[in-house]
Structures are given as C-alpha cells and as structure tokens.
Design a binder for this molecule. Structure first.
Ligand code: ADP
Ligand code: MG
Ligand code: ZN
Length: 475
C-alpha cells in the first residue's frame, strides 16, 4: 500500500435540458449555426435585463431533492467577475454564498463495495460561450452563453480514479432519471473539475491542484492518474505541490499548469443587482419533489426483491431510464416480468442501439410491447415472427395485432393442417427419419427447423414438435 492518501473533490457542471436559456428566451439547443441562438441579453449587450427561467430553478431544486440536499428557501444571485472572450458580459451570473441546494449525498458501488460521498452544494449559473479555433484564427460562438447549468460540488471524500468515475456514473444516472439533464458527455453537457491533493497517512490534507473541464469519464480517470503520479513525484523528490489550475491534454495524456489558482476574492463576487432573490415556500419544494420519478437504485432493488429478477437483469434494465420505463409499463399492462425482461434485454436493446452513439432509442410503447408478448403467449405468433412484428411497428403507431395481419404472420395452430405438413416433410427426408428411429433424438429439431423454414415461421413449434415425434414413432 502506498504511503500517500489521495484526496479528491469534484465540481461537476451539468447543463439543464430546459427549452430556453437561463435569462432570455433563446433556445437551449446543442449545435446550430454559430451565434444563431443569441439575443442582446445572452450576448451581453449593456443595459439589457435578465429574466429568470423558472423551469431552470425547478430543475436545480429537483436535482437537490434527488440527492437529499437541503433546499434554501431564500437564495440569491451573484456576479462572478472575470474576463475571457467567451464571456461577453465579463461576469458570470452565478450563486455564491446562498446557493439553491446545500448538502446531500450520493451512494454508489465501487469494486464491490458501497461508498457514500457527501455533497457540499448545488448552485445554478449560466454557461459561457465557446471558442472555435481554426485556420490559425479563433472565433467565438455565443450559442452556449446563458445555457442553465448546475454546479455540483462534492466534499473532499473521493480517494481514487475508480471512485471518481463510479461517483460520476451514479450522478449521471440520477440526473438522467430525474429528467433534468441528458448528461451527454460528448456534447459537453456535463463537465468535471478535479481537485486533487495527496498527503502522508495521518497528516492534514495536502495542497490541491484543480484540473478543469474534463469532458469524458475516460479523461477524468486519466487526468487523476496522471496528477497522482505527478504530485507523488514532486513530494518524493523533496518538492512542494503548488496550488494551481491545470489543464489536461487528452491527446498527449499529460496535464500542465495554466495559472496559479484564483481565490474567491479574485472574482470580486457581489450580489447581482438586476435579479430578485429566489424565494421558495415549503409547498413549492414539496411540489417539485413530487415530480421526481423512482430513481435507478430504487428500481434495481424493486426488480430483484419484488419482481424476482436477477441482479444482472435489474442492472441491465435500469441502465437507461427510457428502457426501465418501457419495462415497467409493459409489466403494468400484465406481461410476465421475466419474459418481458428477456425480451427487452434481447430484442429492444439490440434494435434500439445506434452505432457510435450512447444510449438506446426506444421505438415502441409499453402498450405495443405488451401486446407482442401477449400474442406470443397465446400462441398467435411465435418468437421468431415477433421480431418481424417488432420491426414493423418500431417507431410507428401501428398495433402489434395490425402488424401481424399486415405481415400475414398469424401462427397456424390447426393440428390437422400441421399434420399434413409434417407428413410431407417426413416423406421428403427418409434418411433423417430413419436416424430418429435408430435413436437419434437430435433429428427432431432438424424437422421442426425445416417446417419453420417452409412456413416462414408461421406454425406453432410446440404442436409441430409433438406431431413430428408422434408420426416418426408410429410410422
Ligand atoms: P473553490 O471554490 O475555490 O474551487 P472549494 O473550497 O469550494 O474551492 O472547493 C472546491 C473543491 O475542492 C471541492 O470539491 C472540495 O471538496 C475540494 N477540495 C478542497 N480542499 C481539497 C484538498 N485539500 N484536496 C482535494 N480536494 C479538495
Ligand atoms: Mg473551483
Ligand atoms: Zn438570448
């Protein structure tokens, strides 16, 4: 065991998925022509007045409720002053001493152990624009200016890259389930700053550095590992870690210092004169809290304890909120949980996955899926045919039953008709028939397979199997 203890605190910035921006009515949309989602307010023209987006306040409070924060009934806005070309006003409207949410905690599993990290705060603020570097020039795109953001600050209670990544995965899941953010790392809608220090066991916390703006779990991990190695080297060679802001370069896998760390006083925070404080009543907070759905951890528990699914299945089904919702809705409509789980995990997840993209697009409603499963259960279609039905109704309003008819897939359960087909297939394959009579049981599935092929999967495989056995045995 290393003689140093690593201490990490994260500051996670997460864009909220409101329709419009935090202080103006410009659309809050990723991408778009540069500077097309802008107005005088979000591009920082002097004399313009911000108007607070109530939905953003609600979402920030919802985030706090989801992790058990205390919600401040009185919170206010502050100006954080600094100059950078992507910040046209030269201040960021943020919250300093009275944030919306205080405290809270997130529990997660890491390497088989349960771990809890306490939160310091969640506050609401506006995002800055983006600098675009190309052809030796730098241009600025203000589309992201004024997009609502929550900054979630942890206590310094994380002790490794594994823990940091597992914490972030859990936080992302909670926010996605809560419906407040898509947390799409590849679109920069969630970014983390890593504060890290090391110290000898039993000694006070060491001097920390802050590595800014890591936008993938992979770079969070790599930046932490690189910074632990660097600080260890500094201390081992008798040096001292300097408190500074650092940048991690993904391409080279190394970090470098950018500037000595600024303190709160460098920002000359002062109360925002153009915005009223946010005042919430207990009823307001309760109303917002009531809009929270059941989160991942609770669902996983319910799936194993109440529905009797395996821990593995419960984990798979709850990975994506849209998939878990589909599964829950299907079971609520009467589907057998185990069968619904298997179907969702195989067919829905396979079909819903898009090459190169995170997440799963769910193209059927619970009603459509419950009907497919009911048709299979009643023997109206078999599992093979159900895949064609799924293809047909995917992202259409068609019912499963309509699709079955449109595709002519309704399964044949008529014993008389199937028997005729079985007789034909047996006389066409005298060799395998003899093999069966000589005791080779495996030939049975060969015959059923042939029948399925001949009828495009339209006969009842159970009836067919029984008839093949019967006719082979007594002929
Ligand atoms: P600031 O707002 O100046 O960045 P804060 O004191 O609010 O600083 O802390 C920011 C983050 O740094 C928090 O996540 C906190 O847990 C973490 N942190 C504070 N001290 C240390 C330390 N010595 N080592 C590692 N992380 C730390
Ligand atoms: Mg900070
Ligand atoms: Zn605007």
């Amino acid at each position: 065991m290393s003689e140093y203890i690593v201490t990490i605190g994260l500051e996670v910035h997460c864009e909220l998925k409101t329709e419009s921006k935090l202080f103006c009515s410009c659309p809050n949309k990723f991408g778009g022509e540069p500077n097309s989602h802008t107005c005088p307010i979000c591009s920082g023209h002097p004399g313009t007045m911000p108007v607070i987006n109530k939905k953003a306040v609600e979402y920030a409070i919802k985030a706090g409720c989801a992790i058990g924060s205390r919600i401040n009934k009185f919170s206010k806005w502050d100006r954080k002053n600094y100059f950078y070309p992507d910040l046209p006003k030269a201040w960021q409207t943020s919250q300093y001493d009275l944030p919306l949410c205080v405290g809270g905690e997130i529990s997660f599993e890491v390497n088989g152990e349960e771990k809890t990290v306490h939160m310091n705060r969640i506050h609401l603020e506006e995002d800055a624009g983006k600098l675009v570097h190309s052809g030796g020039h730098t241009a600025v795109d203000y589309n992201r200016c004024g997009v609502p953001l929550i900054e979630c600050v942890t206590e310094p209670e994380i002790h490794s890259a594994d823990e940091a990544v597992a914490f972030l995965e859990e936080m992302i899941s909670i926010f996605r389930y809560s419906g407040i953010s898509d947390c799409k790392m590849q679109e920069g809608s969630i970014r983390a700053d890593v504060n890290l220090s090391i110290a000898k066991r039993g000694e006070p916390l060491g001097t920390r550095t802050e590595t800014k703006n890591l936008n993938s779990l992979r770079s969070v991990r790599r930046a932490i590992e690189a910074e632990i190695a660097r600080q260890t080297d500094v201390l081992e060679s008798g040096g001292r870690v300097v408190q500074e802001t650092r940048h991690f370069d993904d391409a080279s896998g190394t970090g470098y210092g950018m500037r000595s760390k600024e303190d709160a006083q460098d920002y000359r925070y002062f109360p925002e004169p153009d915005l009223m404080p946010v005042v919430m009543t207990d009823e307001d907070i309760e109303r917002i809290k009531a809009t929270l759905p059941e989160l991942k951890a609770a669902r996983r528990k319910r799936y194993t304890e109440t529905l009797g699914l395996s821990a593995y299945d419960a984990e798979q089904l709850t990975d994506e909120p849209s998939v878990a919702d589909l599964f829950d809705g299907t079971v609520a409509l009467g589907a057998n949980p185990k069968k619904a789980a298997n179907y969702v995990m195989s067919e829905i997840m396979r079909k819903g996955k898009t090459e190169g993209e995170d997440g799963i697009t769910v193209g059927v409603t619970a009603k459509q899926l419950a009907e497919i499963l009911a048709l299979v259960d009643k023997g109206e279609i078999n599992l093979v045919a159900s895949k064609d039905v799924l293809d047909k109704i995917w992202q259409s309003g068609m019912s499963a039953s309509e699709a079955v008819d449109a595709l002519g897939l309704r399964q044949n359960n008529d014993v008389g008709e199937i028997e005729k087909l079985v007789r034909d297939i047996i006389s066409a394959n005298p060799g395998p028939a003899q093999d069966f009579r000589n005791g080779n049981e495996k030939v049975l599935s060969f015959f059923v397979g042939q029948l399925m092929k001949a009828t495009r999967g339209k006969i009842n495989p159970k009836i067919a199997g029984e008839l093949v056995r019967k006719l082979l045995t007594c002929s």
